[in-house]
Design a protein around this ligand. Structure first.
Ligand code: GLU
Length: 546
């Protein structure tokens, strides 16, 4: 979890020291800037970007509710938590009435209470303000509207597809290991389109998850499944939490409770979750077990991306990375570029990034840079992917890897290379850096890594883009195989899986490429149109009820 920035407005020296001391000891540290007067506070607010403001109400240049109102009005979207003395409680209540997120009584604050009050204030504000206002949802809508306009999609269908068909927001408690704290967290499951069959899509655990983000991801799943001609509509789920701060037991309790909360929405013929950012096959095993316990018998097909021993498919865990590399090879062939000896930069060293790097190395490409949340490692002579994997197995993160130079994630994206594979977060290639991207192929392993403005710049600069709904579709395609095998109680070999995966991905790639050449449009829009048109046909064929 990233550290939060706190503006502490407090003129008492002792209180200041106590609070700063407590905040520095929090599990997830806070960055604190301190000011002593209202004038300084207002100046700091207009200058800085704070996540939360913690304010005393009695200052040398302002007293009482007036202090709160002045701070609150200039704070904009930033939540304000009030600090009061125990004799000032009516004042605190008034401040809360006027919009303060919470108040803390001096002398009764311990580190835990303080950190939680600030974290909750930040989270609540984010939840209230940003459920739909997510940049990712904005991007998904813009991409869809652009494609819909080019293809002349019927107005009624355009409106219908712009929002998800079903969304569910849950809040639920889960207990930390120390038996002292109960956390309340937000979870979501969104089904974008129910027309094509059951809905399908991963579950994401990340501290920034909100309804808009999950809805964007669900919409992309719709286009991805339709483009691959899988009999699914799109879905996605998520929990707003940083899974890296949880123990295994905590992760398990969180997963089981979340599964129970969304139990009515999921099912092998209804909606089938899978792993996504922050979740893995262990999480899927717990989801499957929880669902099965409630239903009364084992239902392996309620999730995909399970461990093989529970009915998971051969090849599912590496399918997204493998699929991305099949497509990179096809793109290289199209561009008459030799993969052997080509240079590769991979952003993200999770499941998708590390497998993509591994398979590219096997094909003779030179991986010159990789990165994770701790930053990038660069070695122009080439990195050894197996040694990077051994290092991250041991140390969890890439930081400190000896055989290369440390660089930032931003610098890494701008390195000269033949293939750049963003396989981490959304919103990485934007109008700020698109004109400095130096690759020939941009192979999107992540969902939504490139903004619409950046797309146009890349198109003008002749960068070949393998858009996310093509690039990372290997995951859901092998998920489909897993579901089919489970439904038939039959298993396929790894060779069968990989060869079917190759056929499906390459077929979709060629259709998108042909359309892009025929209509003189970028690959992303071409791929989206392929998906959108299939959905359009299905919707028109089914007709309208009632
Ligand atoms: N989370 C993956 C994706 O974004 C896989 C979804 C699935 O397998 O259902 O495509």
């Amino acid at each position: 979890m990233a550290s939060a920035k706190v503006l502490l407005i407090e003129d008492g020296q002792v209180d200041r020291m106590v609070i700063k001391g407590l905040l520095s000891k929090a599990v997830v540290p806070f960055e604190v800037e301190t000011v002593e007067t209202l004038a300084e506070a207002l100046a700091a607010i207009s200058r800085g970007s704070f996540d939360v403001i913690l304010s005393d109400l009695t200052l040398p240049d302002s007293q009482g509710l007036d202090t709160f109102l002045r701070v609150f009005q200039s704070a904009g979207d930033v939540p304000v938590v009030v600090l009061t003395g125990s004799d000032d409680l009516t004042l605190a209540a008034k401040a809360v009435e006027e919009g303060a997120e919470a108040y803390l009584v001096k002398g009764k604050i311990d580190g835990n209470r303080l950190a939680r009050a600030l974290r909750y204030a930040i989270q609540r504000t984010a939840a209230e303000q940003a459920e739909w206002q997510s940049p990712m949802y904005q991007l998904a809508k813009q991409q869809f509207l652009k494609a819909a306009q080019i293809v002349g999609l019927d107005d009624n269908l355009r409106e219908r597809l712009l929002f998800p068909q079903r969304t569910m927001t849950v809040t639920f408690p889960f207990r930390r290991d120390d038996y002292q704290e109960v956390e309340t967290v937000f979870g979501y499951r969104v089904q974008h389109l129910l027309t094509m069959g059951p809905t399908k899509g991963g579950i994401r655990y990340h501290e920034d998850v909100n309804l808009g983000e999950v809805s964007a991801l669900a919409m992309w799943m719709t286009w991805k499944c339709a483009l691959m001609r899988l009999p699914f509509g799109g879905a996605k789920g998520g929990v707003r939490i940083d899974p890296t701060i949880l123990t295994g037991h905590e992760l398990q309790r969180l997963t089981r409770r979340f599964t129970t909360e969304i139990l009515d929405m999921i099912g092998p013929d209804k909606d089938i979750p899978a792993p996504d950012m922050g979740t893995n096959e262990r999480v899927m095993a717990w989801m499957m077990d929880t669902y099965s316990q409630q239903i009364g018998y084992t239902v392996p097909t309620v999730v995909t991306g399970k461990p093989v021993v529970l009915g998971g498919s051969q090849g599912r865990s590496e399918a997204t990375g493998r699929g991305l590399v099949y497509l990179i090879a096809a793109a290289a062939e199209h561009l008459e570029m030799n993969l052997k000896g080509s240079t590769v930069v991979v952003q993200g060293f999770g499941n998708v990034g590390s497998n993509a790097a591994r398979f590219l190395e096997e094909l003779g490409a030179r991986v010159v840079a990789v990165s994770d949340v701790t930053g990038g490692i660069y070695n122009p002579h080439g990195l050894s992917v197996s040694s990077l994997l051994a290092y991250t197995r041991e140390n969890r993160v890439l930081a400190g890897y000896p055989d290369g130079e440390a660089i930032s994630n931003e610098e890494m994206l701008e390195l000269p290379c033949d293939i750049l594979a963003p396989a981490a977060m959304q919103n990485q290639i934007t109008h700020d850096n698109a004109d400095r991207i130096k690759c020939k192929i941009l192979a999107e392993g992540a969902n939504g890594p490139t903004t619409l403005e950046a797309d146009e710049i890349l198109h003008d600069r002749d960068v070949f883009v393998l858009p996310d709904i093509v690039g990372n579709a290997g995951g859901v395609t092998v998920s489909y195989f897993e579901w089919v095998q489970g439904t038939q109680n039959y298993t396929w070999t790894l060779d069968e899986i990989n060869s079917r995966l190759h056929t499906i991905l390459l077929n979709a790639f060629r259709r998108a490429l042909d359309r892009s050449a025929r209509q003189k449009i970028d690959m992303r829009t071409a791929a989206l149109i392929e998906g959108i048109q299939r959905v359009e046909q299905a919707k028109l064929a089914r007709g309208l009820f009632p």
